[in-house]
Ligand binder design. Structure first.
Ligand code: ADP
Ligand code: MG
Length: 628
């Protein structure tokens, strides 16, 4: 037999211990939920493995969990006959933080107790929560199909010991907690029964409590919660289940969706939408957290996605009656039935979201704030149900104030001759709503959608229209955009001669702008879309929007920015003065300075860097000293 080994915990685990032991949890009861949850996972894993290796179950086929108290010894023991762990697995699983999620969680710790307490409460630290209530933890384990059992002991300090042992019968894992002085309450029969019933009633394996007299009490019916009829279940029961599987701490689901599909496609889904953002929502390697079950057996394959990634905020289970149990990862991704279930579940979720958005807009706003940007990722993918996604999509507009608007509402209140759905994208609401590009639209009472999530840059490029109405950027120059403003002149009919004279003046002005700015701009033109601002930048026709381009450059997908279109407002006093002065005898250098300053201004408003800072400062100072 290999000898006893003393090993160091990972530095990260040690950090975690300190936090946990200093009782950062507001609610210490949850250690039991974590340990029972692990026991249940271990049973799930064995049941899956036994599908093609029946002999692993041996003479102990009834998977179950027992909780035992020894008052005299001051210990609480949680035992399962699940998959168990080998020596190496015990060292890896309990000695290091192998889970990337935990690692990321550790990165987020600030050292500030209060903040960290909140974070830890959101995250849950699984097995290590045992050290909230115990000053020593012993784990005995025998992996399914293996002869040798292992003993692991830790006192929640820098190290732990592992050795092989004969002190265990049967398969699975037995975790014994030597309760600390503040936690003796957890040896009380009623207290324990109450906690287990509260937090673990839904567990799909029977849980038996053995009290200090040796009496057995069965605590749950061991039936998977989602298999029970909706009418029998209370929201409290759904919440417990959610809290167990969601790893969202004490969060309550924003929405609970329990569906049983019968007929051609038979499956049950129990899905939850969290009330807040999981901290790793935008982490690239984050996969969806909806578990696939087939006929109540958890399919423990890594990377199985039964839900599209733009619904990755969902938690819960999908349990299919039709899929073959021996399905593997490759076959799941290509299986027609899986794809059908995926589509059906996706549609259901989107429809429910749309319903909620229509009926309870205020409650929906909370969801949208958390997950709207994720949901909109789906709009980028042609294969996804775009119509349904567009129906669930909401946005703020130049007319909506704080309320969220749907495309349907927008289209209903379009102006009589309005040719398109107009939008502008920007970094944030405050700046975007100030954009000079909006002036002409405000003037004509045309509503403009304000899009300020990064993902908006992407989907607007692949969604050409909504319900037959084109979707159009107001910051990208196009013929169609000009057409919307083509009839401007008619509003204030001017004498033809006057008009001609004006346009000749504009021609000279434009030419002067072009020679002055040279290659710094793609083109110069007058626009009717500005009212209070003299100039603005826009993307040249056929080019990507300015913000999209910036994004691509930041991500090194584009080497440098392209030249922009400078649009000038011929009715603005500054521009009119400039036109006059070009014809007059103002020194050319001074006029050029004005043009450079106008160009710089347009860049600043657009959030683009000014290329020639020294020149800008010099010109600005020259102007200011004139005023002085
Ligand atoms: P999580 O359950 O989120 O993976 P935990 O900290 O709760 O994280 O557990 C860490 C790991 O230890 C588990 O992933 C599992 O591999 C192992 N483990 C814990 N408890 C058991 C158990 N009762 N049986 C088998 N393995 C277990
Ligand atoms: Mg766990």
């Amino acid at each position: 037999m290999a000898e006893k080994e003393t090993m160091q915990f990972d530095a990260e685990v040690e950090k975690l211990f300190k936090l946990v032991i200093h009782s950062l949890y507001q609610n210490r009861d949850i250690f039991l939920r974590e340990l029972i949850s692990n026991a249940s996972d271990a049973c799930d894993k064995l049941r899956y493995k036994a599908l093609d290796k029946q002999e692993l179950l041996g003479d102990d086929p009834e998977l179950a969990i027992t909780v035992t108290v020894d008052k005299d010894a001051g210990t609480l023991t949680i035992r399962d006959n699940g998959i168990g762990m080998t020596r190496k697995e015990i060292v890896d699983n309990l000695g290091t933080i192998a889970r990337s999620g935990t690692e990321r969680f550790m990165d987020r710790l600030t050292g500030d107790k209060k903040q960290d307490a909140q974070l830890i409460g959101q995250f849950g630290v699984g097995f290590y929560s045992a050290f909230m209530v115990a000053n020593k933890v012993q784990v005995l384990s025998r992996a399914a199909g293996k002869k040798q059992a292992v003993k692991w002991i830790s006192e929640g300090k820098a190290n732990f010991t592992v050795e092989e042992t004969d002190a265990m019968e049967g398969r699975g894992t037995e975790i014994t907690l030597f309760m600390n002085d503040e936690s003796k309450e957890y040896l009380d029969k009623h207290r324990l029964e109450h906690i287990i019933k509260t937090y673990s009633n839904h567990v799909a394996f029977p849980i038996t409590f053995v009290d200090d007299l040796g009496d057995n009490h069965r605590l749950n019916d061991g039936k998977a919660l989602w298999t029970r009829p909706k009418s029998e279940l209370t929201q409290a029961e759904y919440n417990e289940f959610y809290q167990d599987i969601a790893h969202m701490g004490a969060d309550e689901p924003w929405m609970t969706l329990h569906t049983r599909a019968e007929g051609a496609l038979e499956y049950t889904s129990l899905l939850f939408i969290p009330s807040r953002r999981p901290f790793d929502l935008f982490h690239p390697d984050r996969s969806t957290q909806v578990k696939l079950y087939i006929k109540r057996v958890f399919i423990a394959e890594e990377g199985l996605d039964i839900i599209p990634s733009y619904l990755r905020f969902l938690r819960g289970v999908v349990d299919s009656e039709d899929l073959p149990l021996n399905i593997s990862r490759e076959t799941v991704q290509n299986n027609v039935l899986v794809q059908k279930i995926r589509r059906a579940v996706t549609k259901k979720v989107l429809n429910e979201l749309t319903k909620k958005a229509d009926k309870q807009p205020e409650a929906f706003a909370e969801f949208w704030e958390n997950f709207g940007p994720v949901l909109k990722e789906g709009l980028c993918d042609q294969m996804e149900p775009r119509e349904d996604l567009l129906k669930a999509t909401r946005f703020r507009t130049t007319k909506s104030g704080d309320e969220l608007v749907s495309f349907e509402t927008y289209i209903k209140r379009m102006q009589k001759d309005q040719k398109a759905i107009y939008y502008i994208t920007g970094e944030n609401h405050e700046d975007t709503v100030q954009s000079p590009q909006l002036e002409g639209f405000k003037d004509r009472d045309i509503e403009v959608i304000l899009l300020t999530d990064s993902v908006d840059e992407f989907w607007v490029n692949v969604v050409p229209e909504v319900s037959g109405t084109p979707l159009r950027s107001i910051t990208r120059s196009s013929k169609e955009l000009d057409e919307e403003f083509a009839d401007t002149g008619e509003k204030e009919p001017a004498k033809d001669a006057n008009k001609e004279e004006k346009s000749a003046g504009n021609e000279a002005l434009i030419q002067f702008f072009k020679t002055t700015l040279g290659a710094a701009i793609a083109d110069v033109r007058t626009t009717q879309r500005l009212k209070d601002s003299p100039v603005c930048l826009s993307a040249a026709e056929g080019h990507m929007d300015i913000r999209m381009e910036r994004f691509m450059i930041e991500n090194k997908q584009l080497p440098s920015s392209s030249a922009k279109l400078l649009e000038i407002n011929p009715n603005h006093p500054i521009i009119r003065q400039l036109a006059k002065d070009i014809a007059g005898d103002i020194p050319k250098a001074e006029l050029e300075d004005r043009i450079h300053l106008l160009h710089a201004q347009a860049n600043i408003i657009e959030g683009e860097p000014i290329k020639d800072i020294a020149g800008f400062t010099r010109r600005m100072n020259a102007l200011l000293s004139k005023a002085a």
